[in-house]
Design a binder for this molecule. Structure first.
Ligand SMILES: Nc1ncnc2c1ncn2[C@@H]1O[C@H](COP(=O)(O)OP(=O)(O)OP(=O)(O)O)[C@@H](O)[C@H]1O
Ligand SMILES: [Mg+2]
Length: 461
């Protein structure tokens, strides 16, 4: 009887091992299928060695090499060799699956320990793991099934979870239609909470330093890009960024005109004027009325500038400047008075551009508002060749609040946290700005081309 029991214990242990192994290979299979389906499988990295080795044996190069060295270290071409070729050819896929399944098993063990430690269980049942995917090189999103455990319990344990995982939790939220699905956005490293521009930073005219990302200083040149959209919900850091850009452009492009339009009127203009108000390149517009009236004049200014550039025969503004420089030299040589530069590059920084599209009751004539909208639309389309650049901030970049053809002509987008996924998609084309931590002031996603980069923008002081 005792022996029978012993035997059944051994058998049970064996069955347990078999079940474990089957489960593991099921996970391997799942990782392979999901990896290929979601395009997370870097084929060349995993398969190159296996495929090259498979070719080596398939073409019987092992026999050629063995003959050359006079050894018998080769495989006879038979069924076993065919199996070896097949195995080598597919080994990369298998290796990928095993690596991911092992990582997942470790992650699940860590999660279990962590939930024990933080007492995040409901009736003794642990939250279950749904998936963990990379959002970019530094940020990941983990999805858990947490029936019976409210979100606030996870929020209360945020510090313990961070310590246990050695990660920085950016945000936790449940899904609108299913409160039992918890999403945790986390990063292995955190960006600094406040960065000041380096005084020694050398910038070309038009160059805009956006902020610090995980691995580099992000900057771009608005002269090449054309126009920029700065979006984000209230309190994210749009005005701070626009003021910083204004001050930077004023001091790095002294020939340029930098127009700062403060639609809300007051504080932002006062603070930026305090810094660059004395520079001849700076011009501020206080409030809704002044800003709209100025914008309304820009359509005519754009036409005049295009005409002036055309007159010189230049195809764009850079060529115009080059031609003008030549003319200046020629005039100087003949010791006549040097003509002053006719056109300067214009940067138009607008804080809260959606105000232009509001159908509010104010004392501004309808025609002036329409002219302002027309100006913005034309600058977005043609301004680049006339060296007129828009850098416009708005809380709402959606079609109800903002001219979408203007948005389509703004290739650079800086998006601070967004209140929901739809607004983030309206600005960036992805929900990435919804994943940002609203508590981290100045944190944003910069998009130029297909690449999205998380940045901590510079503080304007
Ligand atoms: N880059 C930054 N670094 C640190 N703190 C910042 C940064 N940007 C903004 N902040 C802080 O966040 C606060 C809100 O910023 P800001 O006024 O620029 O937001 P906003 O997006 O313009 O909001 P609103 O839409 O309401 O005008 C500021 O008072 C500032 O202290
Ligand atoms: Mg603001």
């Amino acid at each position: 009887m005792k022996n029978e029991n012993k035997l059944s214990t051994t058998e049970n242990a064996f069955i347990d091992q078999v079940i474990k192994a089957l489960k593991f290979f099921w996970e391997v299979g799942k990782e392979i299928v999901l990896g290929i389906y979601y395009d997370r499988f870097p084929v060349w990295r995993y398969c190159s060695v296996g495929i090259l080795s498979a070719y080596y044996f398939m073409l019987d190069l092992d026999i050629t090499v063995a003959n050359f060295f006079g050894t018998n270290w080769y495989f006879e071409p038979n069924g076993k060799k065919a199996f070896l070729v097949l195995f080598l050819a597919t080994s990369g896929v298998l290796f990928f699956g095993i690596e991911k399944a092992v990582a997942k098993t470790h992650l699940l063990e860590r999660l279990k320990k962590c939930f024990d430690y933080c007492d995040l269980k409901s009736g003794g049942i642990y939250p279950s793991f749904i998936n963990d995917v990379a959002i970019d090189d530094y940020v990941r999103q983990m999805k858990l099934y947490v029936p019976g455990i409210p979100l606030f319990k996870f929020e209360q344990k945020k510090n313990e979870l961070e310590a246990h995982f050695n990660a920085n939790i950016v945000k936790m939220f449940t899904e609108d239609n299913d409160k039992s699905r918890l999403n945790i956005i986390y990063s292995i490293r955190d960006l600094p909470r406040k960065v000041l521009p380096d005084e020694a930073m050398v910038l070309d005219p038009g160059e805009i330093p956006v902020g610090k990302s995980y691995d580099t200083d992000v900057r771009f040149n608005i002269k090449e890009v054309g126009h920029m959209l700065v979006a984000g919900q209230t309190g994210g850091g749009k005005s701070n960024f626009l003021k910083f850009v204004t001050a930077t452009l004023c001091s790095n492009d002294s020939d340029a005109e930098v127009h700062f339009l403060d639609f809300k009127g007051g504080t932002e203009l006062t603070s930026v004027s305090g810094k660059v108000g004395h520079l001849k390149s700076f011009k501020g517009y206080d409030g809704h009325k002044e800003s709209i009236e100025y914008l309304a004049t820009l359509d005519g200014i754009l036409s005049a500038r295009l005409e002036e550039i055309k007159k010189t025969g230049a195809k764009d503004f850079d060529e115009y400047l080059k031609r003008y420089a030549k003319e200046k030299v020629a005039v100087a040589d003949s010791s006549e008075t040097t003509r002053s530069l006719k056109l300067n590059r214009m940067y138009i920084v607008i804080d809260e551009i959606a105000e232009v599209y509001l159908k509010g009751k104010d004392d501004i004539p309808k025609e002036t508002k329409e002219a302002a909208r027309r100006s913005i639309n034309r600058i977005a389309r043609q301004g680049r060749s006339a060296a007129m650049h828009l850098i416009a901030g708005t809380q709402k970049p959606d079609s109800q609040s903002f001219d979408q053809s203007v948005k389509a002509n703004m290739p650079a987008v800086l998006c601070f946290p967004m209140v929901n996924q739809v607004s983030s998609i309206a600005a960036l084309g992805t929900k990435r700005a919804f994943d940002l931590d609203i508590e981290a002031k100045g944190r944003a996603i910069f998009k130029y081309g297909p690449k999205l980069t998380e940045v901590q923008t510079y503080m304007f002081e």
